[in-house]
Design a binder for this molecule. Sequence first.
Ligand SMILES: [Zn+2]
Length: 312
Amino acid sequence: MRLTSIVGAAAAAGVLVLAPSGARAQAPAPAGQGGQPQQEVKVTTTKLGGNVYAVDGQGGRIEALVGPDGVLLVDTQFPQVSDKIVAALKGISDGRVRIVVNTHVHGDHTGGNENFGKLGAVIMARPNLRKRLLNPNPGANGQPTPPTAAVGLPVVTYDQPMTLQLNGEEVRILPLAPSHTDGDTAVYFVNADVLATGDVFRAVGYPNIDRANGGTLAGLLQSLNTFIDVSGPNTKVSPGHGDVTNEAAVVAHRDMVIAVRDRVQKQITEGKTVEQVVASKPTADFDARVGNAMASADRFVQQVYAELRGGR
Ligand SMILES: [Zn+2]
């Protein structure tokens, strides 16, 4: 049932999922793992509103603002699909990518940076994201991760909100509290009424508070409230992973995070170990609705426990 819902969600979003990695959020980039045959990936564009499109291929969702001033991309997916992304953009624009905004450091969102940098795009992100691209954490297997080449690094960095005027759109760049990572950004397209959240909000699976990259539960809740503040009843909320959805889904997600937090806190107060708390399945009644729960519920509970317990 859970698997069905993942595949169904991907299909509804227009994604052709041919590899299980398509549903993984922070999977290491498959590029460079020699010997693996490259899976066929189809890149699709779906209009969200105004001149803003969802671009789905391999990795986290991209949002693209198109028009005569050139293309602005939110995130860049994995490097091996950059050519296909450009080809897909040429179906809705002249394909000239001028600006990239990175929502966070993970490779499924920044992996294409070097390719788009070489094409002349100006990359924008938080200073912490830039630092982490230069000095990445080791991969899940303990292997060192190579730093991003200079051409793929952010040129414009910010820790304050700013607004870009492009293609008749007002693009609000919203730096967030440390949530999924410590370099999170959301992007709100005012006229199109589209909010790109990166992985701070995901429409499938539990949140990933990536503590190794500076993520925090407290910041995550603050950012979800920011999304609720920014959104109106008609806003299209475009998450890093999962279907494009709406403000009500963010409210439900935030309330779920608060409920799980309170359950974990209660058990910490009772002196329970992290193993005991995980075994008690404090997310159980949310699992069916959240989807892909098997992959992310225990990790989320462990992350919540670790922060509430005060250890790093
Ligand atoms: Zn991520």
